[in-house]
Design a protein around this ligand. Structure first.
Ligand code: 1WK
Length: 374
């Protein structure tokens, strides 16, 4: 049974697509980059800055929010949008990835993932049904199935086992999601590691079950970029062309540009804020490490033609000083500068695709990055 489709494809340029995804809390323009507010906050930014930078949708995380402050508590306080005051579209991940990377003493069974909270050691059981229940309590506009993401490189048997388990959990998640309010969406997650045949089997299995949208998971987990891009080329063309495709946990500006060129519509990554906290700015001409002494006397801004005030006005010397002296403002400014850069890249791609000139945009962007910061 096919689910309602809230995605409208507006244009295509090569395999790149631009569209609109309508959610109960607003419209998402694609290709979209979703800043990651894992525990209900965007580290170092006010929500108004996230909105002003051009983000339509942000991401939260079931694993963190169910442990603290608790899904039932957020529901009692009006749901995630009101609780955080973001008040716009939100996507929540199911927690599968965090359990594999954060929880102690975890055990995966057919029924659920059993683990101990990394916060207080409490014994937790996350089943497909509970993962959906938590996301419904949070009230996210887009929920993700519970899956098992295998880090790469991995043995074929382990990739096969996790892929087949994730398909069975996808079926259980879809059943549990039947009681979701009108307009809310559930995405399946393609697994299969770096094995093309398993990627095909996973994608076909999810389409058989039927979802509002489809994520490609199990990537950006340690594999080289060419393996990630090869797996996108295996999975994306199989996924329904009229539904959104979300590449989880990706990535650098170059990863995103190359994935859009291969038909991906949605992205999430902690990189803009995490690199910002570590003193690295993303710019039109590539990354700039403001810790480097060469910036100490440089009065120039990062990019005088940027539409983002801090990128256009703050001198490199000032940013270098803030970063070297450990001033909180340094992390805040670089986080907003990076979120703004990512959103300007997404806006540039949307416009280029709509005008049928994505190939030229892609070539010029690579050339600008290759020129580097001078
Ligand atoms: C970084 N690379 C990467 N992240 C990934 C995430 C979590 C992103 C989630 O983890 C957090 O960012 C680290 C954010 O809260 C985000 O929701 C994944 N989540 C699921 N459910 N399945 C996957 O196959 C998967 C693969 C990923 N690869």
């Amino acid at each position: 049974m096919s689910l309602p489709n809230h995605f409208e494809l507006l244009g295509q340029s090569g395999a790149a697509r631009t569209g609109r995804l309508t959610t109960p809390h607003g419209v998402v323009r694609t290709p979209a980059f979703m800043p990651v507010g894992t525990a209900g906050a965007m580290k170092g930014l006010h929500w108004r800055e996230v909105r002003d930078a051009g983000a339509d949708i942000v991401l939260g995380n079931t694993y963190h929010l169910m442990l603290r402050p608790g899904a039932e508590r957020i529901a009692a306080l009006g749901g995630l949008q009101r609780f955080t005051t973001w008040n716009g579209p939100m996507l929540t991940d199911s927690g599968g990835f965090q359990v594999m990377s954060l929880a102690q003493l975890r055990k995966v069974t057919e029924q659920a993932v059993k683990f101990r909270s990394h916060i207080d050691g409490a014994a937790i059981e996350l089943s497909p049904e509970r993962a959906i229940e938590v996301q419904l309590l949070l009230g996210s506009d887009i929920a993700m199935q519970l899956d098992e993401c295998v880090r790469l490189p991995a043995e074929r048997d382990d990739i096969l086992r996790a892929m087949e388990l994730s398909l069975r959990w996808a079926e259980r998640c879809k059943r549990a999601f039947e009681r979701a309010p009108e307009g809310h969406m559930l995405f399946g997650i393609v697994q299969g590691g770096d094995i093309p045949q398993l990627r095909h089997a996973s994608a076909r299995g999810l389409i058989e079950i039927g979802f509002h949208g489809y994520a490609i998971g199990g990537l950006a987990v340690g594999e080289p970029q060419e393996v990630m891009l090869a797996m996108i080329e295996e999975a994306a063309p199989i996924l329904p062309a009229d539904r959104p495709r979300y590449l989880m946990g990706v990535g650098t500006p170059e990863d995103i540009l190359e994935a859009v060129a291969r038909g991906i519509d949605m992205f999430d990554c902690v990189m803009p804020t995490r690199n910002g906290r570590h003193g690295v700015a993303f710019t039109r001409f590539g990354p700039v490490n403001l810790r480097n002494a060469r910036h100490a006397d440089d009065p120039r801004p990062l990019d005088e033609s940027s539409e983002w005030p801090s990128t256009r006005n703050c001198s490199r010397a000032y940013l270098h000083h803030l970063v070297k002296s450990g001033e909180t403002l340094g992390a805040m400014l670089l986080s907003e500068i990076n979120i703004a850069y990512y959103q300007s890249l997404m806006a540039g791609m949307r416009a280029a695709i709509a005008q049928g000139r994505f190939a030229e945009f892609r070539e010029q962007t690579h050339a600008d990055w290759a020129r580097g910061d001078i």
